[in-house]
Design a protein around this ligand. Structure first.
Ligand SMILES: C[S@@+](CC[C@H](N)C(=O)[O-])C[C@H]1O[C@@H](n2cnc3c(N)ncnc32)[C@H](O)[C@@H]1O
Length: 285
């Protein structure tokens, strides 16, 4: 069965409703939403729990460059790109997320570095003005849309030879997938796609969550030169404590030597971080 068949009948409206009901990382701080303290804490928590993000994004590298971020959410990467001197175009399907991302740009006085667009990235060229970017960045987004391959097709309109594409999709052979199937599915591996979608996010019931092997990610990015693929990130904290903003590791990670934990993350991590380059051959017919 083709990977895209599992969720391709899901209406994109359902995806939009889900992310509007709880924008990604909205509870990363207890400070009043939309304040500077709130956004500072959101960023600190995100980069504490997912320290591989700044390494993958290489924010400083895009100083003076044009960055298109697909699925900016409430704008943690977006603000880092802008702060580093990039000119950013930030798009998202969720208007509630975009509202906060816009507020964030205002709070840090970075409005003039960011343009916002609201829409479905599967149809990018119907609403995003034609332009080419040095970097197209999309972290944890493409696997949540019913037709990920359409987003990749759309990206081809917004790049030029030498442009970089950085995407993170969830990794099929990960600790998290195993944990979900064992914990919630009692080992029913044949229900893997349904179970992963239901339990992949902080809020239960995500309508679409694809998972990718390295080969499937390469196939998704067909036509681009994949130059790097890194598996990373295992969430080691006890969830009830984490919800209370306490970082208690679950017992088996607490006792695990750090080098072994890093090896596990790099081998069975949840995030498949892929960097690709646009070759000199034209991509569009
Ligand atoms: C898990 S959040 C990630 C947000 C952000 N990239 C981050 O790392 O914090 C997924 C985001 O993708 C957006 N999204 C999902 N499908 C989309 C689509 N077809 N077009 C545009 N955005 C989409 C959602 O609205 C949501 O904000």
């Amino acid at each position: 069965m083709r990977l895209s068949q599992f969720f391709e009948a899901t209406p994109v409206q359902q995806v939009k409703d889900y992310w509007n009901s709880r924008p990604c990382n909205i509870r990363h701080s207890t400070k009043p939403i939309g304040t500077r303290e709130y956004f500072d804490e959101v960023e600190a928590r995100k980069h504490f729990v997912e320290p591989h993000i700044p390494t993958f994004a290489e924010f400083e590298r895009w100083d003076g460059k044009k960055v298109l971020e697909i699925g900016c959410g409430i704008g943690t990467a977006m603000i880092n790109f802008a702060r580093s001197g990039a000119q950013v175009t930030a798009v998202d399907l969720s208007d509630e997320s975009l509202k906060l991302a816009k507020q964030r740009a205002e709070v840090y006085d970075l409005n003039d570095r960011i343009n916002f667009y609201h829409g479905n990235a599967e149809e990018l060229n119907q609403w995003l003005p034609p332009e080419t970017y040095d970097l197209v960045y999309s972290f944890g987004v493409i696997h949540h849309t019913p037709h990920p391959e359409r987003v990749i097709e759309q990206i081809r309109h917004y790049v030029k030879p030498g442009s970089t594409i950085k995407i993170m999709v969830y990794y099929r052979y990960s600790w998290k997938v195993l944990w979900i199937v064992l914990t919630y599915g009692k080992g029913q591996f044949w229900r893997i796609n349904e179970l992963v979608a239901r339990y992949s996010e902080a809020q239960e019931g995500c309508p679409v969550t694809y998972i990718y092997s390295k080969q499937e990610a390469k196939e998704l990015l067909q036509g681009f030169d994949v130059i790097d693929m890194q598996v990373d990130h295992i969430f080691p904290y006890y969830i009830p404590d984490y919800k209370q903003y306490k970082y208690t590791k679950v017992w088996y990670f607490r006792w695990m030597p750090q080098p072994l934990f890093r090896w596990l993350e790099k081998t069975f991590g949840w995030h498949l971080c892929v960097t690709a380059r646009v070759p000199s051959e034209p991509l569009n017919d």
